[in-house]
Design a protein around this ligand. Structure first.
Ligand code: ADP
Length: 371
């Protein structure tokens, strides 16, 4: 996908449309949301990304008012909404299940929220037609939902969520059940829709590519905690901690001790391997730290004679993936094989290789960083 995100207004330029401060939600002894602070800016497309069970949907449900919270505060445009019922929060929602009425017509599905609000009949017809235009589904208003394709049903669910012009649209993995191609098509659809209409979107997904291509900013969740918030690029290149690094993309996450000598900072593994890291992140000498080395940033060369620069290793796995060849390289002193994505990929299994990388591409985090 090539869509470029729109510039997002600076936080200082406009007040946050939505703010969670110290929000806690517990189920028994377990915090499904564990002291989360988050600001969503007006017209932003924000994605909550994290593994299953990390608390993404619970945050969305709390924002929507479908569940109460046990601590902290929730405000929409500066107003505390903890006691405001869902239907008065001016929020549209689309869930993975879509929750459409399969035997009703498309028109009746989309009109449903307006009828619940007892809007005048003429307004309903006009707004349903507008909403169908927005999701590019004119001319199917009379069809039954169960006769539509998966992609069309997604669009109907979006049209229904948008029909009363909500300020905030919540998407809880609505693309989760779609096949890859349809999923990519709908991702573009959401980006387009977000550009065209005046709406702030909070999207939930466990798919890191979806999060990065779709969003102005992404918040990474783990075990109820918000680990880091930033653009996809910042999360990918400058992860705040080991979890974020490991969750996004194909990273080599190598633990050791940070040492600074004449050659600059490096993470030295317990087995004695030396990974040169960027000096940009200043971690004190002697601190336990993790080097984060992206598979695509490693250069691999043969012959692997020990006179050449870099780390020596041996190819233990070679997989042709089309765009790249994926390698695993056993390196003495590093417990897990290093993962390398190579564009040329002519080096065979079993070859002795030397691995090098631009030091500036290797990020490091101190062991107790929690984002
Ligand atoms: P995600 O959306 O990231 O997959 P959820 O927000 O659905 O995660 O769940 C976060 C945690 O809270 C999980 O451990 C889940 O089991 C728990 N949880 C969510 N809803 C309930 C509930 N109604 N009762 C008990 N536990 C729940």
């Amino acid at each position: 996908m090539t869509a470029q995100p729109r510039p997002v207004p600076e936080a200082s330029a406009q007040p946050a449309i939505f703010r969670l401060s110290g929000v806690v939600k517990s189920y028994g002894p377990h915090n499904a949301i564990d002291h989360v602070d988050l600001e969503i800016r007006p017209r932003e497309l924000f994605t909550l990304l994290g593994p299953s069970g990390s608390g993404k949907s619970t945050i969305l449900r709390a924002i929507a008012g479908l569940i109460g919270i046990d601590g902290g505060s929730l405000t929409i445009e500066g107003r505390d909404v903890r006691n405001v019922p869902t239907h008065q929060r001016n929020i549209g929602m689309v869930f993975q299940s879509l929750a459409l009425f399969p035997h009703m017509s498309v028109f009746d599905n989309i009109a449903f929220p307006l009828r619940m609000r007892r809007e005048p009949q003429g307004d309903i017809a006009r707004r349903v037609a507008q909403s169908l235009d927005i999701v590019r589904l004119p001319k199917i208003a009379e069809r039954r939902v169960h006769e539509l394709s998966g992609g069309q049903q997604q669009r109907v669910a979006l049209a229904r969520a948008l029909v009363y012009n909500p300020k905030l649209l919540l998407l809880d993995e609505p693309l989760g059940a779609l096949d890859k191609r349809l999923r990519e098509e709908m991702q573009l659809e959401i980006v387009r829709l977000h550009r065209e209409i005046d709406v702030t979107i909070i999207n939930v997904t466990h798919d890191q590519v979806e999060a990065m291509v779709l969003s102005d900013r992404v918040g990474v969740m783990s075990d109820g905690k918000l680990m880091q918030v930033g653009s996809g690029e910042v999360l990918y290149r400058r992860p705040a901690n080991r979890f974020v690094a490991d969750f996004l993309g194909r990273a080599n996450v190598v633990d050791g001790t940070l040492r600074i000598d004449g050659a600059g900072p490096a993470v030295i593994t317990p087995g004695g391997a030396r990974i040169a890291v960027t000096p940009e992140r200043q971690i004190p000498d002697g601190r336990r730290a993790t080097a984060i080395l992206r598979a695509e940033d490693i250069e691999m060369a043969v012959p692997g004679d020990s006179g050449s620069p870099g780390l020596g290793g041996e190819v233990t796995l070679r997989l042709f993936e089309g765009e790249a060849v994926y390698y695993e390289i056993a390196v003495p002193g590093i417990g897990r094989p290093l993962r390398v994505a190579s564009r040329t990929g002519e080096i065979p299994n079993g070859a002795k290789v030397r691995l090098t990388w631009p030091r500036d591409k290797v990020w490091a985090v101190a062991e107790d960083s929690d984002g």
